[in-house]
Ligand binder design. Structure first.
Ligand SMILES: Nc1nc2c(ncn2[C@@H]2O[C@H](COP(=O)(O)OP(=O)(O)O)[C@@H](O)[C@H]2O)c(=O)[nH]1
Ligand SMILES: [Mg+2]
Length: 452
């Protein structure tokens, strides 16, 4: 794909905001090779440089539209997918999201939560983008993270109450843009950014409402995101014109420490070697579309909660059905190329060729999706369909053989039939001549049949 495009759109249906996957995004993803995919989603408050960072993540200067006015430019989710910058045989998908807190009506939190849930479930790297200097109040910006357990489950029946989500959630990168202060010193040593994040996520002593809500939120972040990091990124420039139009700024206009820091940060993400997994299995581009559809439907449905195992089932079923269609198609192509051109032939040769193509289809299905076709439902379904095809091909062969025999016999016994019509055998010794000539017809027929 060339540049980033919309991944989702929203429409109001029966007074409910519903998320839709863009048909163009479906088309692009389904036309990709079935390969593993590293999914990075960028979330956070609006107008803090998410779209700019999303561009950097896919090695672009522009593409994800930037907002240089008060209103944020990005609505819904955008995405770009292409070859991974550092890992071979993989794709990188970058998802840019509408800023949290974009609307100041009561729907705001509900919408923000839906977007945060979708970005979290879809990605294996979640970049939470903030701006300014991290201090103790800044962690409050992660407040929505604390509510994730109310909106996501691991088990399909939802009975787990969101426990163990930490085993399934993405690696969290809290990125703070325009940070000019360094992490504080502790015991005569400057804390690393990751250590500083842990300090900010420490529980506070006390029982006030504010302290309780801080502790609940930081506990949740620590439980759901066992792999978490803080990255402090200096300002790109001191020139406000450049800052407002970073997508148009040349590299020379940007400060060196900014360039070095974002370069290291994007590389850290690309080099992590991680890919999107669901319930411990790597998923491929083909499966990605299935989990995306599943999550969007579950988020839209007021009576269900998206669950990791629900997504896993949807992915497994979708992958098996894709492999089934692919193998049926491969079998039919092979029948066209290697079985039908031989027809009519003897039944044994025909059957052997069909069986070779059918066995190859079944073993390819097992190699492709065997681990998801746990009880062999799809394998049996394929075997059943191939058996129907085998019988149909054998019937075609026998029909063709019959047609050929009839054509040959018509041709070789024509002189005898003509003589019968003319009454040539109605004379003494005629019967013996007739028997002799019919014998000759049969040996000519046998000879022709063997030749064809
Ligand atoms: N000061 C500063 N401005 C930035 C940074 N990144 C982007 N911008 C500018 O902030 C505005 C909003 O950026 P955008 O990426 O659209 O923010 P988003 O709403 O979070 O996606 C644009 O004018 C950008 O040029 C940054 O790191 N620091
Ligand atoms: Mg944006």
């Amino acid at each position: 794909m060339n540049g980033p495009i919309k991944l989702t759109s929203t429409r109001e249906v029966d007074k409910r905001r519903q998320i839709y996957i863009s048909p163009e995004a479906e088309r692009i993803i389904s036309n990709l090779q079935p390969r593993s995919v590293d999914v990075v989603a960028v979330v956070g408050p609006m107008r803090k440089g998410k779209s700019h960072f999303a561009n950097l993540l896919c090695k672009r200067k522009s593409g994800f539209p930037l907002g240089d006015e008060m209103e944020s430019k990005t609505k819904d989710f955008w995405f770009w997918i292409g070859p991974h910058p550092v890992q071979t045989n993989r794709y990188l998908m970058v998802v840019d999201t509408e800023g949290l807190g974009d609307y100041s009506d009561e729907e705001q939190n509900e919408k923000d939560m839906k977007y945060l849930v979708l970005a979290t479930l879809l990605s294996n790297h979640l970049v939470f983008n903030l701006q300014g200097n991290p201090d103790h109040s800044f962690v409050s910006q992660l407040r929505l993270m604390g509510d994730l357990a109310e909106h996501v489950r691991v088990q399909k029946d939802g009975k787990d109450g969101g426990n163990n989500l930490g085993d399934h959630f993405p690696q969290l990168w809290v990125a703070v843009q325009d940070a000019h202060l360094k992490p504080p010193q502790r015991n005569g040593r400057r804390l690393t950014p990751d250590e500083f994040l842990e300090v900010m996520l420490e529980r506070k002593d006390g029982h006030t409402k504010a302290i309780r809500s801080h502790n609940e939120m930081t506990d949740a972040v620590k439980t759901f995101f066992p792999k978490r990091h803080l990255r402090l990124i200096p300002a790109p420039s001191i020139d406000s014109d450049i800052l407002s139009n970073l997508d148009k700024a040349g590299d020379n206009a940007l400060q060196t420490d900014y360039k070095d820091t974002v370069d290291n940060f994007t590389r850290e993400i690309w080099n992590s070697g991680q890919v999107k997994r669901v319930n411990g299995d790597d998923i491929r581009t083909t499966g990605l579309l299935h989990i995306l559809r599943y999550y969007v439907n579950a988020i839209n449905d007021p009576n269900s909660l998206p669950s990791v195992l629900g997504a896993y089932e949807a992915m497994a079923e979708g992958e098996c059905s894709r492999a089934f269609e692919e193998q049926m198609k491969a079998f039919q192509e092979s029948a066209e190329k290697t079985v039908k051109p031989l027809m009519p032939t003897d039944e044994e040769t025909c059957n052997r060729r069909i069986q070779t193509a059918a066995e190859s289809a079944v073993s390819k299905l097992s190699a492709d999706v065997g681990k998801w076709d746990k009880v062999g439902t799809w394998k049996r379904r394929l075997q059943g369909k191939l058996e129907t095809e085998r019988l149909a091909l054998l019937k075609l062969n026998s029909d063709k053989s019959k047609d050929l025999c009839e054509a040959i016999i018509k041709e070789v016994d024509r002189p005898v039939r003509q003589k019968v019509g003319k009454g040539v055998y109605n004379r003494i010794g005629g019967f013996n001549t007739y028997v002799r000539e019919v014998d000759a017809v049969y040996s000519a027929y046998r000879q022709k049949g063997e030749m064809s």
